[in-house]
Write a protein that binds this ligand. Structure first.
Ligand code: GDP
Length: 142
């Protein structure tokens, strides 16, 4: 699984009609899309996905934001996927993100920051399975 990562185009970027531009950035950087869907996360799903942050002061706000509208989870594949995708999206706070990164281009704030990216191979595997069944991933094997 070490060549995979989970991206999410978050509700702010979907509202701003940036799905296409963000996907073009991702595929332009050499990532292959293994599975993709557009969903509105339930509160339970968002709470589970961000369980690691449940003690953080912004947890409730984060769950509220992630359930505020549709989002687009994407399972991506590329050599060194986790690190390369984190580099492509930039720092959590767009004010600190490098020029040309997705968050620098499309994020408004540290909270509403356009995209998610897994932070380790282990979490990538867990996060991909949060959104995609084995079958959904296998159907896209080519
Ligand atoms: P990431 O790995 O770069 O996404 O950053 P983190 O794991 O630290 O945080 C997870 C997500 O929580 C971020 O992408 C933001 O959407 C959100 N977040 C981080 N810091 C804050 C904050 O101070 N306030 C709020 N409301 N949300 C935050």
């Amino acid at each position: 699984m070490s060549n995979r990562t989970l991206a999410i185009i978050k509700p702010d970027a979907v509202r701003n009609n940036k799905i296409g531009e963000i996907i073009a950035k991702i595929t332009g950087a050499g990532f292959k899309i293994k599975a993709i869907k557009m969903i509105k996360m339930s509160k339970t799903s968002a709470q589970g996905f961000y369980e690691v942050h449940k003690e953080r002061p912004f947890y409730a706000e984060l769950v509220e934001f992630m359930t505020s509208g549709p989002c687009v989870p994407i399972a991506l594949e590329k050599e060194n996927a986790v690190a390369d995708y984190r580099m492509l999206i930039g720092a959590t706070d767009p004010a600190e993100a490098n020029d040309g990164t997705i968050r620098k281009l499309y994020a408004a704030s540290k909270a509403e920051n356009a995209v998610h990216g897994s932070d380790s191979d282990e979490n990538a595997a867990l996060e991909i399975s949060h959104f995609f069944s084995r079958n959904e991933l296998l159907q896209n094997a080519c």
